[in-house]
Design a binder for this molecule. Structure first.
Ligand SMILES: NC(=O)c1ccc[n+]([C@@H]2O[C@H](COP(=O)([O-])OP(=O)(O)OC[C@H]3O[C@@H](n4cnc5c(N)ncnc54)[C@H](O)[C@@H]3O)[C@@H](O)[C@H]2O)c1
Ligand SMILES: O=C(O)C(=O)C[C@@H](O)[C@H](O)[C@H](O)COP(=O)(O)O
Ligand SMILES: [Zn+2]
Length: 375
């Protein structure tokens, strides 16, 4: 992680700190910038040779999307916008086809680019559109939710949902750069900020316990997007993600740890027909994974309780409906970590010691579920 002064925070900004630059290694390394007032950095991340840019934004962020379009036009680009539905409705084959139509009508070539302005649903969709248009054009992400800054915009996993489940269609397509402008978090509803904190907590449990200590020290401070602790948490979580995806872009081994809590989490999202925020479902999924590891004799009960206390202090859910177990089991069978009939879970041996649990006994699974289920 390094600091630079390329885009100093405008006068009056609360932190007054320079921009932090976290480089993600890989075939084409790229930078994640964290700071305030970063939009001027967009042309630098787009790089040379780009003439046309499609700005993809959700309905709720029309003003922001159009402002980015205007900035790009002022910088000499031919900029278009594609407005997509809010929330998970953006991640569908129909919406991807709509974006391909816009790119086709405007004759986008391989040297042109896509810019995603939005939460994780929009970075996933726009990344997938960029991965598939002409078999791959540049994408730059401008994440506008905490979750997208710390997780979805970094690492090149892109995708859409199908009727059968989350992210079942997608591609690995790393961005050319990521701009995390913390000022945009100030309009984010607090429940969305806290949903993003679930993925921050995830990186704490799998790799960086200081994240957990910061939240435990002052759970109220993390509800204020202008607080220095939120910036530190963003930087720490991005650093964990950058390290993991820099070693294993294609999810062939190490990267699976980023799926902690997601086996049950994704199943809950499907059963809830995507009415739950991703982060909320992952919160329950992490408590489940912790209970499973404890029942398997791998994790101390104290660490299980630490899951409940950290996630609970953020107002995140810890339980789910007892009457949905068979539906959840069926959905978990389609998780990407499953091999044949063998369910596989990321579990912890301890904090920052992630491992895998393969093919757990069905009775163990049911017992772990009983410990998180409610009427
Ligand atoms: N590709 C990955 O590695 C990865 C990682 C984690 C999550 N994800 C995906 O990310 C998605 C969840 O992302 P999310 O939680 O950001 O949800 P989201 O994209 O649905 O955004 C949440 C809501 O906030 C609104 N919003 C966004 N920015 C705002 C702002 N600055 N001010 C006010 N409102 C704003 C959006 O319109 C939406 O209604 C899921 O589909 C999940 O699967 C992907
Ligand atoms: O980047 C990853 O790898 C992750 O698993 C991060 C998760 O937070 C994210 O939700 C991801 O989209 C899940 O991927 P999937 O492969 O289970 O669909
Ligand atoms: Zn996730």
């Amino acid at each position: 992680m390094s600091e630079d002064t390329a885009a100093p925070a405008p006068a009056g900004e609360p932190t007054g700190r320079a921009t932090t630059r976290i480089t993600v290694a890989g075939e084409r390394p790229y930078d994640v910038l964290v700071g305030r007032g970063l939009l001027g950095e967009l042309p630098g991340l787009l790089g040379d040779g780009v003439r046309k840019v499609l700005v993809v934004h959700p309905r709720a962020l029309r003003t922001t999307g159009e402002a980015v379009q205007e900035d790009l036009r002022a910088a000499g680009y031919e900029a278009l916008v594609a407005e997509v539905p809010d929330d998970e409705d953006a991640k569908s084959a129909q919406v991807a086809a709509f974006c391909w139509g816009v790119l086709g009508q405007a004759s986008f070539t391989r040297s042109d680019a896509v810019v995603a302005v939005g939460g994780g649903t929009v970075t996933d969709l726009a990344g997938f559109v960029a991965a598939t248009w002409l078999r791959g054009v540049k994408v730059v992400h401008v994440p506008t939710t905490l979750l997208a800054m710390v997780d979805a915009a970094v690492g090149g996993k892109t995708g859409i949902n199908t009727a059968e489940g989350k992210n079942l269609v997608g591609a690995f397509h790393p961005p050319a750069g990521v701009l995390c402008d913390l000022a945009v978090l100030e309009s984010l509803p607090v429940h969305d900020l806290l949903a993003g904190m679930a993925e921050v907590v995830k990186t704490g449990f799998i790799a960086d316990p200081v994240i957990l200590e910061r939240i435990e020290a002052d759970p109220q401070a993390v509800r204020d997007p202008a607080s220095p602790v939120v910036r530190e948490l963003v930087e720490r979580a991005v650093a964990v993600k950058a390290d993991v995806v820099g070693r294993d872009l294609r999810d062939l081994g190490d990267r699976e740890v980023l799926n902690y809590g997601h086996t049950l989490g994704h199943a809950i999202e499907l059963v809830e027909r995507f009415a739950w925020r991703h982060g909320a479902a992952v919160s329950v999924g992490m408590v489940f994974a912790a209970e499973l590891a404890a029942l398997a004799g791998r994790l101390d009960e104290a660490v299980v309780e630490r899951h409940r206390s950290v996630l609970g202090s953020l107002g995140l859910p810890l339980t789910y409906r007892g009457d949905r177990w068979s539906q959840l089991l069926q959905a978990m069978g389609r998780d990407k970590k499953t091999r044949g009939d063998l369910l596989r879970f990321v579990v912890l041996d301890d904090v920052a010691r992630p491992t895998r649990l393969e093919g757990p006994d069905p009775q163990l699974l049911a017992a772990a579920y009983a410990s998180i289920s409610r009427d």
